[in-house]
Write a protein that binds this ligand. Structure first.
Ligand SMILES: *Cc1c(COP(=O)(O)O)cnc(C)c1O
Length: 368
């Protein structure tokens, strides 16, 4: 596990599978659509998807046609749903690769009418019940369904909505669900409900059991990260982010560290440099506030984080030398730094911390 530049994430596929099984326990026999967009939230989409496919997942959801094609090129056989925008030109590719697409815009009807391929295009209609981002308005769904039912070679496979605040506002989630249920009952009256109905993201899987319908769409929870303020019993983070000290030395007091001299030693200090910077996904706003684990203890990041390097204050730590392992996210000794802790420090969400881990950070897959 030694590289030129010692900086890597460890992806524990055993924990991934356990998180999947835990979701399975919560949702029973309903279909699980594993959300693996953005390189499986930075965890490495091919290995993650292969492991989840072995668990028997019903489908994968991704953000783009490129992400969907990448899964097929890497041998993934399960169904794939593209949640986001697709170029209408790619409509001809989707059915041949068994990729389902989302219709979130009425103007898509026109594109479907122009589709000339042999195999049916599979469509999931995205209903905007209050997310306000993508989606067909509730009052227009019946019209849209009638329109696509008339088009040759279009298969109305599913319908879904997305919650904006299932982690924090149960009243608003209830409102969104009520609107979605009304749309569903109208479609039922018209005898055109599609087979697959879904709405629950990770927070709704934990908070809104009446939102499960016959499929759920977890992302974050699969990776063992809690979408709620508190951690959730039974789920464990899949990803650890690690590096090694590459340089350490004693330095006198009144020495300034890094760009813009934002840190100056107030006493003789022991400092250690790690080959991790903001280009690797260590947020620059952790400068002088972030901590990492060294020898099972917390070391402060001192001075401004550079693009490729950061400096730690390890004064008083025992036996510091190049090669010592440093944990940025994960466990060491009896302590743990989570993506949530970092997110809170820099004023963002865990999603952003893990998806921004840089391309030049190696992914190592293991089974614990
Ligand atoms: C990203 C996404 C999800 C997964 O959300 P989590 O909060 O990670 O569980 C589900 N549905 C849609 C439409 C999404 O964009």
């Amino acid at each position: 596990m030694e590289f030129n530049r010692p900086i890597w994430t460890e992806i524990d596929l055993t924990k991934l599978k356990r998180n999947y099984e835990k979701i399975r326990e919560i949702v029973g026999r309903r279909n699980i659509i594993c959300v693996v967009k953005a390189d499986a939230y930075g965890h490495g989409v091919v290995e993650v998807s292969k492991a989840l496919e072995k668990e028997g997942t019903y489908a994968f959801a991704v953000a783009s046609m490129e992400e969907a094609i990448n899964l097929r090129e890497n041998g993934i056989k399960a169904k794939i749903l593209v949640l986001g925008y697709i170029d209408p030109k790619t409509l001809n590719i989707a059915p041949n690769l068994n990729i389902s697409v989302s219709m979130f815009d009425k103007s898509f009807i026109k594109r479907l009418k122009e589709y000339t391929g042999e195999r049916p295009v599979k469509i999931h209609i995205d209903v905007d019940t209050g997310m306000g981002r993508l989606g067909i308005l509730p009052g227009e769904v019946v019209y849209a369904v009638d329109a696509i039912k008339k088009i040759r070679n279009v298969e109305f496979e599913g319908i879904y909505t997305h919650f904006s605040s299932a982690d924090s506002d149960s009243e608003y989630t209830k409102k969104q669900l009520l609107i979605f249920n009304k749309v569903l009952s109208k479609l039922k009256d018209e005898r055109c409900l599609p087979p697959i109905i879904h709405s629950s993201n990770s927070s709704a899987i934990l908070n809104a059991p009446n939102s499960f319908f016959n499929a759920v769409r977890p992302g974050l929870l699969l990776y063992g990260i809690s979408p709620l303020k508190a951690s959730v019993e039974g789920f464990e983070p899949v990803l650890s982010f690690k590096t090694r000290i590459i340089f350490s030395r004693k330095i006198p007091e009144k020495a300034s560290i890094g760009y813009e001299k934002t840190f100056t030693t107030t006493k003789p200090s022991l400092l250690a440099t790690i080959p991790v910077g903001y280009a690797d996904g260590l947020p620059r706003s952790l400068s002088n506030v972030g901590e990492v684990l060294v020898k099972g203890m917390r070391a402060k990041i001192v001075g401004n984080i550079s693009m490729d390097l950061s400096v730690l204050d390890v004064t008083g730590f025992p036996f510091i030398h190049p090669g010592n392992e440093v944990v940025i996210i994960g466990k060491q000794g009896n302590d743990e730094i989570t993506a949530s802790e970092i997110a809170e420090k820099v004023g963002t969400i865990d999603y952003e911390i893990v998806t921004r881990i840089g391309k030049r950070v190696k992914r190592i897959f293991k089974n614990s």
